[in-house]
Design a protein around this ligand. Sequence first.
Ligand SMILES: [Fe+2]
Length: 370
Amino acid sequence: MNFKFMIGTKALFGKGCIESNKAIFKEFGKKAFIVTGKNSAKASGALGDVVEALKECGIEYSIYDRVLNNPTLENVKEGGDLAREFGADFIVGIGGGSPLDASKAVAVLASNNIDPVDLYKNVFENKPLPIIAIPTTAGTGSEITPYSILTRNDLKTKKSFGNEDTFPAVAFLDARYTESMSYQTTVDTAMDAFTHSLEGYLGRRSTPVSDILAIEAIRIFGECIENLLNNRLDFEVRERLLYMSMLGGMVISHTGTTLIHGLGYSLTYFKDIPHGRANGYLVREYLKYNYEAAGEKIDNVLKLLKMSSIDELGDIIDKLLPCDLTLSKEEMEMYAGLAMQQRSITSNARTVAEEDLREILRKVFNDGGK
Ligand SMILES: [Fe+2]
């Protein structure tokens, strides 16, 4: 055995966790810069709870609510500049993956006045500002990972940066904040969380400890499938999905992602398919492709999900995420080429060749994966 295990985030999980732990905000200074999108932070109630806690702690705050869906370098530069001008002591990220990922970039840029493309050097002169992360979706796990995935218009894809200093210092996980998510977003983001654990478990960088977390997350996903299919999403189910998502974040903090994420980014960049949904479309063919390299683990995944075949899982995902997208030959070639440049591809269980990716895309998007 040879592994490292490190999560740089204090996770506070449970209903009312901000209210009952609000003194923590004081540990990070007197000026908070809140990074969020237009809607979910307000609709979820998370922004209101944060503002109330900051006021009670006597902390001054400024709200930046212009994070885009799939934030760009320009977007995080604007946030970083404003946080620096404000003199922020710490960053509070509230929302789904986009605001949480953006908050990490803003935390680095606030203390380092650098070109945002240099975020990818992953070495920063000054430590990023501390980040407090509050998810309003149950999928990204970004509240507990060091990764910030940004849209690179120059490279026509999404690309991640992050090091041990970009783990959020604190994550508040309160499933009430996920209750305002639409059914479709709930399904999409749950699929993202599932693929984090699935790819982490099957990938080359998996470790004995990450496997324990992945196995538990996959088992919980299996228990929630029926509720997802029938749109029976009470608080208890939402809490389990949030827990599963957090575990998935812990997994990929150690293993990274693999083929699904590497290919899925193009579907989001070029076709505007939400990240988790893009991942879900690829699961069936990803498992079939990897069976020769990771058959034993794939059998265990099916056992954990109480399913008898890859196709049984694929058919359920098709029900959760009906797909009518088709791709042209040229699009498939381009997406396969772009995915080969993603680091995540090198962590895949089976060694990936570009033509393999074209074949996977053809099976999924040219003949419906059947
Ligand atoms: Fe993801």
